[in-house]
Ligand binder design. Structure first.
Ligand code: ADP
Ligand code: MG
Length: 357
């Protein structure tokens, strides 16, 4: 896949605050890209700079082989779906979708039959058949989301930027709209850059995932790589599925206040190394069970469990009072019960741990 969007060294400053601090990236065409980051990390600013609503202090943007950062937003061939949908409440579904075609500054479409046909195709694509004449106030949140998307897609952009497009929907709808958005994108072949604060949404949806952290790209890779190999403790923490321990490397061990973990090989010494183990890589054993070949682990006190439908999350307390989480997928193991306040041995394969220098 060849890259369609190249961003080089973008800096965006708001007064004293740097919202983007030298952001560079290349994005492939015809793919779904998630941009993940905590609130305030610069996600919306990056989208607005790409779309042309904000002018960066430094840097360049090239799209489909052409420099675009000097162009007005409507000259860039990039569509934008806003967080709050920004639909016209007094217009119907059909009129909202057609609006951008008949009223745009460049190349408005004045042939009614052509507008009608393009709007009809778009209504079919996003699954709004039968709702053409409805007022925006008479449709659900998920349907509004589809109208907002259709209104952007009907103008045939080469890339679509979506700012937390599922944020306004309730949890059930959010999950079903994930696959719907992916399906729509595949059918129109346009690159989607989808901003989200949810790690599960970013990993589930993106062919490529970008992690933005404090105005910089912290990691850029496919979802598997980000999930299995977060490149820093900050990314691991943000993914919300890793236990992180601090300590020091001594020979072949990681020595932390909560126990000594064997590393099975020499590791680099560093000032403040961090040790990460994913929630679902840990097994729970009785206190007296021994460790297997190639395993390491610690002892902990069971606090409580939480059922999430497909998994059980068990929470333990470590020697320093910190919480250690274990996720057991119910497809792998039947649910087990643990005794509150009892001691258990938590074990995992040494090779599953990540050690950050
Ligand atoms: P995100 O979308 O990841 O939550 P934003 O891009 O909205 O983050 O904001 C990044 C940083 O820039 C934040 O610190 C925010 O307060 C600041 N910021 C964003 N927009 C403006 C603005 N128009 N004026 C001043 N500061 C802004
Ligand atoms: Mg935002």
């Amino acid at each position: 896949m060849t890259a369609v969007l190249h961003i080089r060294n973008i800096v965006k400053q708001y007064g004293e605050a740097r919202a983007l601090d030298g952001v560079s990236l290349s994005l492939p065409g015809d793919s779904y890209i998630s941009l993940l980051g905590p609130s305030g990390s610069g996600k919306t600013t990056l989208l607005r700079v790409i779309a042309g609503f904000e002018r960066p202090e430094a840097g360049e943007i090239h799209f489909q082989g052409k420099r675009i950062d000097t162009l007005a937003p409507h000259e860039r061939g990039i569509g934008f779906v806003f967080q709050n949908f920004a639909l016209f409440p007094h217009l119907s579904v059909e009129q909202n979708i057609g609006f951008g075609l008949t009223n745009r500054a460049v190349d408005p479409i004045l042939d009614d039959a052509l507008v009608t046909r393009r709007v009809k195709d778009m209504i079919a694509l996003v699954g709004l058949k039968g709702l053409e004449g409805r007022a925006i106030s008479q449709i659900s949140g998920g349907q509004k989301q589809r109208v907002a998307l259709a209104r952007t897609l009907v103008t045939e952009p080469k890339m679509v930027l979506l700012d937390e497009p599922l944020g306004a929907l309730d949890a059930n709808l959010r999950t079903s709209m994930r696959s719907e958005l992916r399906r729509i994108r595949e059918r129109c072949g346009v690159t989607f850059l989808h901003v989200t604060g949810s790690e599960t949404e970013a990993l589930a949806m993106g062919d490529t995932v970008l992690v933005l952290e404090r105005a910089r790209i912290a990691q850029h890779g496919d979802a598997d790589t980000i999930y299995n190999r977060p490149c820093s403790p900050a990314v691991a923490r943000f993914l919300n599925c890793y236990n992180l321990l601090s300590g020091r490397v001594e020979g072949e061990n990681f020595v932390s206040p909560v126990g000594t973990l064997s590393l099975g090989g020499l590791h680099q010494k560093a000032a403040n190394p961090a040790y990460a183990i994913r929630y679902d890589r840990v097994s729970i054993r009785s206190e007296t069970a021994s460790l297997g070949e190639g395993e390491t682990g610690i002892e902990a006190t069971f606090i409580t469990s939480e059922y999430t439908g497909s998994a059980v999350n068990a929470f333990f307390m470590l020697a320093d009072g910190s919480v250690f989480e274990v996720e057991q997928h119910l497809s792998h193991t039947p649910p087990s019960t643990f005794e509150p306040q009892a001691r258990y041995r938590l074990a995992w394969k040494r090779e599953d741990a990540l050690v950050y220098a």
